[in-house]
Every structure is written in structure tokens, then in C-alpha cells.
Design a protein around this ligand. Sequence first.
Ligand code: PXP
Length: 239
Amino acid sequence: MLLGVNVDHVATVREARRETEPDPVIAAELAVCGGADGITVHLREDRRHIQDRDVINVRRKISVELNLEMAATKEMIGIALKVRPELVTLVPEKRAELTTEGGLDLVKGRKKIKYAIDMIQRSGIPVSLFINPSESDIVISKELGARMIEIHTGLYANAKGKNKTEELSRVKKAVRKGLDLGLQVNAGHGLNFSNVKKIAAIKGLRGLYIGHSIIANSIYMGIEKTVREMKRLIDASNK
Ligand code: PXP
């Protein structure tokens, strides 16, 4: 199972001072040394963390999968076609949110999302849709022609007690449905050293995309060691 490491929050710290350090590109290189199979950057419309130059530099410096997270806008489509990441993940974006709060609204956003998928996949770059673990969203993702989906694990991560079991079962069902429809299925959001194991144990998942907790633990342990430990937990749970 692949581990994609999101380095946005390295840029969050840098932008807190509008400084040149810490550099998300160096963090990405060290994450790869620790065993990351991919690097994710989210170029937000408000450029609150990752900047355009980071996307270009990370593209130049890393040879593992670059996953560009973006909103389905014309500006971002243009950037994706220029940078040519290995994967584009379309995510919803609201300016006031602290992080991506839920999956895409595939009903309201259908036309824009379909346009983005067509433009990007026509150029040979696969598109993944970040969606809630809902059967109807998976069916719509297939109809829209996306090659891949990423199931939002945030509700599972935040749930407690009986709800946690229910949320895990929703994620499992969603993965199965996606696989049955012939989609490649990833998962991510809110995963950490303790809750990653049950998600990593789900058969058929292609990869996990993890940011906040890896960057947070890197402050204590360094990014290389943190990524190595996350990768070890994923591999041990996925036997
Ligand atoms: N996947 C997607 C689509 C995301 O938007 C994010 C957050 O940027 C993540 C995964 C990683 O979530 P977290 O930072 O909670 O690990």
C-alpha cells in the first residue's frame, strides 16, 4: 500500500513568518528518504501555505508520485497541465475552512468537476476525486469518468465509541463499492499512528494520504523517522 505524504504544513509554518524556511521541498525529499511513495501538495486558491514555486520545485526535485490537490477551477487546471503531476486529486475548497472539511459535492459541482476530469485526463494525468464514503458519490465518480477516488476518513478519525465502528464500516463498504466499479481507491484525512492501522488493513486500497499528523510528529522525531514509522505501521497492518 502506498503512502503519500502531504507537506502543506511545512509551508504553513514558513508562511507564518513569510520566511524561506522551513522548505516543503526539502521536507518532501526527506520524506522520500523515509520511504514515502508519493508527495502531496495542495495549491489552494488563497495560497495560504503552498505557493506556485513550491509546486514547480517539488516537481523538479522528487521522482516519486506527485499528487497535486486542487479545486476544479480553470486556473488550477492550467497549472496542472503545465506542471504535469502523476496524479491530480480534486478537492472542495472553502476560503474560511481550516482544512478540507468534507468530500466533493458531486451533485452541485458536477459540471465543473466533469470539465476538470476531461481536461486533465485527456492530457494523460489520472484524476482522483476526494469523496465522502457514500455509495451514491462513488457511482457518480464512475459516471464522471474519474480513474480514482480517495475516500474521506475524517469522520472515522473523529468518531468515538460505537460511532467509530459504524464509520469504519462505511469506509470499508465504500472501498468495496469503488473496487467493484473498477475504480482505484485511496483513503485519507485525519489518519495518525493509532487510527491508521484499521484503515491500512482494508483489502484493495491503493494508498493512504497523510499530512497533519506526520508533519506534527516530525517536530518531535524528524520527518524521515516519522514517515518510516508510519510506513512500518501501514505495512504491518496490510499483511
Ligand atoms: N487527502 C486530502 C484530499 C486532503 O485534502 C488532506 C488534507 O490536506 C489529506 C488527505 C490529509 O489529511 P490530514 O492532513 O488530516 O492527514
